[in-house]
Design a protein around this ligand. Structure first.
Ligand SMILES: *Cc1c(COP(=O)(O)O)cnc(C)c1O
Length: 365
């Protein structure tokens, strides 16, 4: 956005996140060249910051040039609202967020509250919130900050550039992306396409769109060979940020899949919970959405679709620290339908030296 003057830019130094070499986890799966792009290590804890810096900067400029809206607004599954509230607060602009009541984590709910946004908790799901905010925007009451706004995608496409740059301008064989509303899938494609058009790269990675089985409208369409997505009622999933049944950017994601020789795969609740636990045991701290990506990776490796020796990047979309309830429930063994093979509850003891020694000896011999 070269037309945005420097003094209008609203930035929290998003981007430049670590491309983590998942050495131990990758070796356990038999793919030693596995990398996890930690987009959640960012100001508000998710990749949404990458798009929000562009959007809020442009809106700030537009408001100064006379745009009349009451607020910038979004529907959200928790991370878009956190990012919008933070960037809006930094710029001193009013923000309204529409959230599905009781369907996001406590940390995600507290973020816009803390930043002074108007938080509307609606008794519906994300798709219900989306419908209402689109109407508010159509009537000119608010400026829409959801990812159907191309300004968001312009910012988010930098993930593709960062990945390639971090590999010294080499393109990985695969990029796996946990997806819900499917804006990020099209942003990733736009990033790779721009680099290819500019001659920075000469090939594309293959794209894997990873969906939760309980919210899988694209998986259903793609596996039936359809090129249009039929909206569904998404069921509850631990991966709350991708609990979306009517993805707004589905047509753009289909183009991304076609051009990047893509695959759509899904993960069940059990698969995503166990993948998160396995990855955490190797030092990562995975959010449930990243876990959908990793569970899908495990499936594709076991089917030999992704092969040993190939370079794979899984995009981690949010910081695990936002999803404490998810971790607590897993390690308590209270996620419905999930065994919790790696659960590791704390050992509760009286303050006795001998009891502590006994417990350590029992665990480690
Ligand atoms: C927003 C979000 C996604 C999904 O991105 P889409 O562009 O909606 O597909 C995935 N994971 C997390 C943590 C998110 O916040």
């Amino acid at each position: 956005m070269p037309q945005v003057p420097d003094e209008m830019i609203v930035s929290m130094y998003e981007g430049g996140t670590n491309l983590f070499w998942a050495d131990r986890y990758g070796k356990e799966l038999g793919i030693p060249d596995l990398w996890v792009k930690l987009c959640g290590n960012s100001h508000s804890g998710s990749f949404k910051d990458l798009g929000m810096t562009v959007l809020v900067s442009v809106v700030r400029m537009a408001i100064q040039e006379g745009l009349k809206v009451k607020a910038i607004a979004c529907a959200s599954t928790g991370d878009t609202s956190a990012a919008l509230a933070a960037y809006g607060a930094a710029a001193g602009l009013p923000v309204v967020v529409l959230l599905p009541h009781n369907k996001i984590s406590t940390a995600q709910l507290v973020q816009p509250i803390a930043h002074g946004a108007m938080v509307l908790g609606l008794d519906t799901d994300f798709d219900g919130c989306m419908e209402i905010v689109q109407r508010l925007a159509a009537e000119g009451m608010v400026y829409l900050a959801n990812s159907m706004n191309p300004l968001r995608l312009e910012g988010q496409k930098t993930v593709a550039m960062e990945i390639v740059q971090q590999f010294d301008w080499q393109v990985p064989d695969w990029v796996i992306l946990p997806s819900g509303n499917l804006g990020n899938a099209s942003a990733l494609h736009a990033g790779f396409k721009l680099m290819r058009d500019l001659g920075v790269i000469t090939k594309y990675p293959r794209l894997v769109v990873a969906q939760a089985e309980n919210a899988n409208p694209l998986y259903r369409a793609w596996s039936e060979g359809k090129r249009t997505v039929t909206p569904i009622q998404a069921k509850p999933t631990q991966a709350t940020a991708i609990q979306i049944g009517n993805p707004v950017s589905a047509p753009r994601a289909i183009v991304a899949l076609e051009e990047l020789n893509g695959i759509v795969e899904q993960a069940s609740e059990e698969e995503l919970c166990e993948a998160a636990a396995r990855a955490d045991r190797t030092g990562m701290y995975t959010c449930p959405h990243t876990a959908v990506g990793l569970a899908v990776l495990e499936k594709l490796v076991s089917r030999n679709v992704i092969k040993k020796g190939e370079r794979v990047v899984c995009v981690s979309t949010a910081n695990g620290l936002k999803f404490t309830e998810f971790k607590v429930k897993y390690h308590e063994g209270s996620v419905p339908g999930v065994t919790g093979k790696l659960k590791n509850p704390p050992v509760l003891l009286p303050p006795s030296f001998d009891k502590v020694v006994d417990a350590i000896t029992q665990r480690f011999g």
